[in-house]
Design a binder for this molecule. Structure first.
Ligand code: CA
Length: 184
């Protein structure tokens, strides 16, 4: 058995992976005047009165110069306006800080969109995902020490797109970036 496993592992070596947590995250909302970077939530979309966006920064030094096989952003979605699927987007962005307020730093390129919607009634709290492989590759190519992204609703005037997530202050359910490297 051991010999078979050894032979298999030689034929198909497992690619290495890293799991990154944000080094900084914050939401900004039109009616909030104070820093929310220590809050345990991230938010996006329109709540009927105000719009929100969220900004996350990762330490991407482990990605520097690497070939990215896949990168998946996982967020714990504990509230949505309803269970109806609504689009949320992941953009490359300038980094936010504790001084950032609505509408937040510049968003540069739209990299991913997902309609996964959880956290209301029959669609219980859970992890939602977006494929951010191209964004991670851009950080790897830039040999960037830090990489930042923005989360916003596809339609920032549609209250059905309102969503709230756990931030990195939530130790159990904070955002995760799962990166798998291509074997070289
Ligand atoms: Ca935070």
């Amino acid at each position: 058995m051991l010999m078979i496993l050894t032979a298999l592992s030689l034929l198909a070596p497992l690619g290495s992976e890293v799991e990154l947590s944000p080094v900084f995250d914050v939401f900004v909302q039109e009616n909030y005047k104070d820093d929310q970077s220590a809050d345990d939530e991230l938010k996006l979309g329109f709540n009927g009165d105000n719009a929100a966006r969220s900004f996350l920064t990762f330490d991407t030094s482990e990605l520097s110069g690497r070939q990215i096989g896949s990168a998946v952003l996982k967020l714990w979605n504990h509230h949505s306006w309803s269970c109806e699927a609504r689009t949320w987007e992941v953009w490359g962005a300038e980094p936010a800080t504790s001084k950032t307020r609505w509408p937040g730093p510049a968003m540069t390129t739209l990299y991913a969109a997902s309609t996964q919607t959880l956290g209301y009634g029959d669609c219980a709290d859970g992890w939602v995902e977006a494929d951010v492989s191209e964004l991670a590759q851009s950080w790897a190519d830039a040999k960037a020490k830090l990489g930042s992204l923005a989360l916003k609703a596809g339609d920032e005037e549609d209250k059905m797109g309102w969503k709230r997530f756990a931030s990195s202050e939530d130790e159990e359910h904070g955002p995760v970036l799962e990166v798998a490297f291509e074997d070289d």
